[in-house]
Design a protein around this ligand. Sequence first.
Ligand SMILES: C[S@@+](CC[C@H](N)C(=O)[O-])C[C@H]1O[C@@H](n2cnc3c(N)ncnc32)[C@H](O)[C@@H]1O
Length: 406
Amino acid sequence: MQDIKHHSKFIPLIPNWGINKYLPKGGGTILDPFCGSGTTLVESMISKNNSIGIDIDPLSCLISKVKTTPLNLRKLENIISWLSESVSKSTKCKFTPATSNIEHWFTTETITKLSNIRSRIDETTTVFGKSKSVMDIKDFLLICFSSIIRRVSKADNESQKTYVSHTKPKTPEEVNSLFFKQLTYFKTRIEEFSKIVSKNNNSIIFNTNSTINFKEFSYNHKIDLVITSPPYIKAIDYIYNQMVELFWIGDLFELQTQTLQNTKKKLYIGSKHFHKKDYADFNPLTTYLSIPHLDDKLISVFKSDTKNGHKHSFLTYKYFLDMENHFINMGSLLKRGNKYIMVVGDSSVSNIFFNTSNYLVDIGKRNGFTLINRWGYQIKNRYMRFDRKGRGGIIDIDWVLVFEKE
Ligand SMILES: C[S@@+](CC[C@H](N)C(=O)[O-])C[C@H]1O[C@@H](n2cnc3c(N)ncnc32)[C@H](O)[C@@H]1O
C-alpha cells in the first residue's frame, strides 16, 4: 500500500538504496525516527530486516502500523464479507463526528453513509472478538476508510490544503462504492505484503510527543541503521492537511475537533504555529546557534522582514534547535560506525535562502555524526511539488546525507 496518500512521503528508492548499501543481508533493525506513512519501514521488512518507526503524528503512525502488519487473510476475507453485508443492511448509526460544522465539509448523504461505515467498523470487535488479528484488521479497515474521506468530501482534491473551493466546486464521490473499491485494492496489496514478509521480522511503531526516553530506548532496541526524512522548516501542516480525515477517525487520537487539532500543531518539528507570546523574548542577536552563517541569516530574517521577521526567525531557530536535540537522541542510540541516512530539502524563509542540509551537516558534526556521502535528486513526487508562493520556497532538490556515528 505504498500509495496511501501522505503529504511528504519519500520514494521507496531511497530507503532501498540505503538498505542495499548498508544492510543487504537482512536480519538487522532499521529505525525511521520521522516515519510518516512508513516507506522506510515497509522497505526494511521486505528486505528481511526489522523496523522501528517513530512519529509525532498519530494518523501517520496508524498508516505505518497498517502498512507493516501482515494480516490473517482468511479472517480478513470473513470480516470483509460481513462488513459488506452489514453496511448494505444497517441504518442504525452510532458514530457522529464531534465537529460542529461538518455540513460545511460533507453533504448530508455522505455524512449518513460515512457514519454507517464507521459504526460498522467499530462493531467488528463486538462481532469477531478482540484478538490481535481482529484488532489489526480493524486498524486496516480504519485506514481504508480514512483514505476515501477527502474524495467523498466537498474539499478540494488537488491541493494539500483542506478547503472547500467556491470558485471550483467539486462533486464528491459516492461513499459505499468508493470504500469497497478501495478495500479490494488495499486487500490485494496487504495480501502481497503478508506473503512476502518473513514471520521472523517485525515492525514496532511509537507515537511520541517528543517524550521518548532515548537512553532507555537504547537498552531495549539495538539499531543498526537509521533512514529518515525529517520535516522541513515551515513544514507541511500535517494536521491541517488531514483535517477532514480527522473529523472521522480523530476521536481515536483525541484530534476530532479543530480546537484539539490546533493545540497539537506546535509540537511538530518545523511548525509555524506559534503565538506572539512564544517568541516575544526571542532575539537572534542574543540567542544563537553558534553556526555563523546560520546565525547571520536568522538576524537578516529578523531585521529585513518587518511583518513576519520576528516569528520566522524564531521558528527557524526552533527548527534547528529541535534538530540538534534529535541528533543528540540519535547519538545515544547508535553505536560507533553505524550509518544514519537523512533526506532533507533546503528552504526559503522570508525570501532568504536557508541551506538547511549544510546546517544540519554542521549540527550533526558537533554531535558526533560525520558526513561520509552526500548526493541530491530532483523531486518528482507531485505532493511535494507545490508552489508555496514564497512562504517556504519551492523545494527542488532533496539531499541525501549519509552520516557515520563517530
Ligand atoms: C517528511 S515527513 C516523513 C515522511 C516519510 N518519510 C514517508 O515516507 O511518509 C516528516 C515526519 O516527521 C514527523 N514529525 C514532526 N515532528 C516530529 C517530532 N517532534 N517527533 C517525531 N516525528 C515528528 C511528521 O509527523 C512527519 O510524518
